[in-house]
Design a protein around this ligand. Structure first.
Ligand SMILES: Cc1cc2nc3c(=O)[nH]c(=O)nc-3n(C[C@H](O)[C@H](O)[C@H](O)COP(=O)(O)O)c2cc1C
Length: 367
């Protein structure tokens, strides 16, 4: 029999761990430093949890759970998976750490970190749920409840967290630190970077902080477009020319949600809003920097692509996004940019935009 004190400590630790895991997913509100500190507290709690459950883990490792029920075997398998997942999560936490472990250069991928965190949260929810299931009288009901919680955790991690980040991201950076650094020669003729960003194409209110909230980037205290920052980095790295896709008519509304629905309407109508002309005739390579909007290129970018002749030119796609990959944008660019060879260069998660320079350098060096 377990001593009651150990049991109480174990329960408290478990609750703290679940609370931290959930809170860590909402790191957009806590900021990076607290996220890293709570990450360490979590792994500290995990060590205590493992010490408390050491007999059970020993039984798992030595195969002494053989005689147990199907539910117990499933629970054991799940625990083993959760353990592997949390170890990988710990390594990737150190890999993506900016403040506490900046020297740790292993599993340095924020995408992987997000997926591992989602997997760990989901497995942990089922792991906790299985303890109830094994004791529960109404097995079917408990199984449904556990499945629902697991689906919620998965959807929350994969879609909810990126959605929240997109709506509440507000970042302050030092412009020179983010943009300047190592120069790399572009192999071939000087390229042109063409970018689209909300700033300059949005009627921001005076109290933009209060109204728009989402997706705001401040460089040296001044509002800046995220995709402009990427374009500036490429300009600094390669010395290329740079042009912005700029609306000449109606701009997007200040509110993030309002822009999302305005873009949705435009995409439904296949709208091609008027933009300032961009001449690409003197360039062989165009680096197109754009945010994913509804999984594709924003309508003003389509105006740019359809309004030019890209025969014999290569378009390198640099997509910024709040989820992953290029979604349907590659197909759209191939259809809209007549004659172009289209290459997926880099997809950058919105939060990684201020730190994207090394990735860009690596890509351009590898061309
Ligand atoms: C109208 C709109 C639609 C968006 N749709 C998507 C989407 O489908 N997938 C995605 O990953 N991100 C989407 N996002 C998020 C942006 O891609 C992300 O915020 C952007 O790359 C960062 O640039 P920003 O700070 O200028 O918004 C959308 C953003 C807006 C404003």
């Amino acid at each position: 029999m377990k001593k009651p004190v150990t049991k109480v400590i174990g329960t408290v630790i478990d609750i703290v761990m679940y609370a931290i895991m959930f809170m860590q997913m909402l790191y957009i509100f806590t900021g990076n430093l607290l996220h890293e500190i709570f990450g360490m507290v979590f792994f500290g709690c995990l060590v205590v949890h493992i010490i408390i459950k050491r007999k059970w883990i020993k039984a798992l490792v030595t195969g002494k759970l053989k005689g147990s029920s199907k539910a117990q075997k499933f629970s054991a398998l799940l625990t083993a998976l959760l353990l592997i997942c949390t170890i990988l999560l710990m390594l990737s936490s150190m890999g993506v750490s900016r403040t506490i472990f900046p020297w740790f250069d292993f599993l340095r991928s924020s995408d992987l970190h997000r997926y591992l965190a989602t997997a760990a949260l989901t497995l942990a929810a089922v792991h906790g749920g299985m303890h109830f299931y094994i004791r529960a009288k109404k097995k079917k009901k408990s199984a449904v409840l556990i499945s629902l919680i697991a689906v919620f955790c998965l959807v929350f991690g994969l879609f909810g967290v990126p959605y929240i980040n997109r709506h509440f991201k507000k970042v302050d950076i030092g412009y020179a630190d983010a943009v300047s650094g190592e120069k790399v020669e572009w192999k071939g003729k000087k390229p042109l970077v063409v970018y689209f960003t909300r700033l300059g194409n949005t009627d921001f209110d005076d109290d933009v902080d209060a109204v728009s909230g989402a997706s705001l980037l401040y460089a040296d205290g001044r509002l800046m477009g995220s995709d402009q920052l990427i374009a500036d980095m490429i300009e600094d790295i390669t010395g290329c020319d740079k042009k912005a896709v700029t609306l000449t008519g109606k701009k997007y509304p200040s509110g993030y949600g309002a822009t999302v629905s305005a873009a949705s309407d435009e995409l439904d109508e296949k709208a091609r809003p008027d933009i300032e002309p961009i001449d690409v005739s003197g360039y062989d390579s165009i680096i197109l920097v754009y945010p994913l909007w509804w999984g594709t290129v924003p309508p003003p970018v389509s105006t740019f692509l359809e309004g030019n002749d890209f025969s014999g030119k290569t378009i390198y796609l640099v997509a910024t996004q709040g989820s992953w990959g290029f979604s349907k944008s590659t197909k759209a660019v191939k259809e809209q940019a007549k004659g172009a060879e289209v290459i997926e260069a880099l997809s950058i998660y919105c939060e990684d935009i201020p730190d994207a320079r090394p990735k860009l350098v690596e890509w351009i060096k590898g061309l």
